[in-house]
Ligand binder design. Structure first.
Ligand code: NAP
Length: 442
């Protein structure tokens, strides 16, 4: 049976979904993949830290999927603006959403709107050359920066702020970010965990990296690494939790160190207010204790001088036009990947995978199993939902004057980026602007 599938998004879940569909031998499945941005790979290109190139090599697998003759790519096509759900319903038997979680959560504290207060999501997108954040221009003419949250994203942004330009110059970090970081005067970075070290979400490798930075020392406080009985029991149960705590304890012996920068890992503290004259100047924090695993304020406060605060407390999904959305969970409501409407009924022909399906958890590889689960349901449903009309989306887009970038165009952009990188001993120098990308893609 011929099955035409539209995949919205071109990040990891989208490519794992396409690969799983192509692996099906029972049907002739064709996949058209759409992304709002010109370049594919979503979070791998615009989320993964530039100094973690190994994680990015997963794109080699995605390239193989894209080389399948049944695959087509439509970059720089905005779902909801250039194409609506009804357009896709007319052309495709099934629509698979892999749109991730594009926004972030707020802290909900006074002063959060001051200049210098932003989400880690924005900061990450800026240093990774995401076209929407080129003009973020974070002020790095400051001595203190606060990072709220102790997940791996918090580790990424703290590390990028802590590293020297020499450590970053050989990566694919965006040129505008490298230039700004070159002028950075940041000396102290405070990473704030509202609970204890045993509840931290970062992984062993990520926290360990702070012991090996060229110009920054990790700093911890002995009293904040003490564990209550529940946390101690958690350490005994979970080897990775125990290692996190041991790595942090290892930082105790180093004192404040002699390097020009310090990364202070603080635990059992929450920011309660950001103050300053039109911009972030101070962050007031409250000490916490753990009560049944939750952070509870102790009514003891201190103030940190900082010109920047990056909230790294989790990504958040955003609604797509005409597509069901659960505002509480910030996901597309679904049953194993089959999209459900507000009444809980399955919407025939609509599917979801990745962060848009389960929320912003897990590493890139987690999305493989997740996408495969959705595809298994799609294969069960194959033939039950048929496109309402016929025709080719390429014609429709051309009629509408949408100048999409196809896979060949992307490969030209990719080659140009790699060639520029070669000259500078870097894996690539990213093109950022859509006009420049279009010019290269032809
Ligand atoms: P995350 O792992 O869920 O961490 C979020 C952090 O924010 C937690 O420490 C959480 O503390 C804290 N938090 C939430 N609300 C808060 C509040 N109101 N006040 C203070 N702290 C608050 O999320 P993430 O760091 O954004 O990462 C998302 C996913 O991507 C994770 O699965 C992560 O492992 C993955 N990732 C992986 C890598 C890598 O492999 N190198 C790199 C980046 C991201 P509580 O625990 O107390 O809620």
């Amino acid at each position: 049976m011929d099955v035409r599938v539209a995949i919205i998004g071109a990040g990891p879940s989208a490519f794992y979904g396409a690969a799983a569909l192509f692996a099906c031998k029972d049907h002739n499945i064709r996949v058209d993949m759409f992304d709002r941005l010109a370049a594919p790979f979503g979070l791998v290109r615009y989320g993964v830290a530039p100094d973690h190139p190994k994680i990015k090599s997963v794109t080699n697998l995605y390239e193989k999927t894209a080389a399948d003759p049944r695959f087509r790519y439509f970059g720089a096509v905005d779902f909801g603006r250039d194409l609506r759900l009804a357009d896709l319903r007319a052309l495709y038997d099934m629509i698979f959403f892999a749109t991730g979680a594009q926004s972030d959560r707020n802290l909900g504290i006074p002063g959060e709107n001051l200049a210098g207060s932003m989400s880690a999501t924005e900061f990450v997108a800026w240093y990774n050359g995401h076209p929407d954040y080129v003009n973020l221009n974070p002020n790095l003419d400051i001595e203190g920066a606060v990072v709220v949250g102790v997940g791996n994203v918090a580790m990424d942004v703290a590390r990028i702020l802590a590293k020297s330009v020499d450590e970053l110059a050989g990566t694919d970090i965006a040129d505008h970010a490298l230039e700004a970081l070159r002028k950075s005067r940041v000396k102290d970075i405070w990473v704030l965990g509202r609970r204890g070290p045993a509840q931290a979400k970062f992984t062993n490798t990520e926290i360990k990296e702070f012991g090996h930075l060229a110009v920054a020392d990790p700093v911890v406080k002995a009293e904040e690494l003490e564990l209550d009985p529940e946390s101690a029991a958690e350490c005994e149960k979970d080897r990775l939790v125990k290692q996190n705590v041991e790595i942090l304890r290892g930082y105790l012996d180093r004192g404040a160190g002699s390097k020009q920068r310090r990364v202070h890992f603080r635990f059992l503290v929450s920011p309660v207010e950001i103050t300053g004259n039109g911009k972030v100047e101070q962050v007031r924090i409250e000490r916490n204790r753990l009560e049944a695993g939750n952070a509870v304020g102790k009514g003891e406060f201190e103030t940190v001088n900082a010109g920047m605060i990056l909230r790294s407390v989790g990504y958040k999904g955003v609604p797509l036009p005409d597509v069901p959305f659960d505002p509480k969970k910030a996901i597309i409501p679904n049953d194993g990947g089959r999209v459900k409407d507000g009444s809980g009924a399955v919407v025939p022909g609509l599917y979801v995978a990745g962060w848009a399906k389960r929320g912003p958890t897990g590493v890139i590889g987690t999305n493989k199993k997740d996408a495969e689960e959705t595809v298994a349901l799609m294969l069960q449903d194959a033939g039950k939902t048929k496109a309402g009309g016929s025709g080719d989306v390429a014609d429709l887009l051309k009629q509408r004057g949408v100048r999409f970038i196809d896979w060949q165009g992307w490969k030209k952009i990719d080659a140009a980026e790699v060639a520029r990188g070669k000259a500078q001993n870097r894996p690539r120098v990213k093109l950022v602007g859509l006009d420049e990308m279009r010019a290269v893609a032809g």
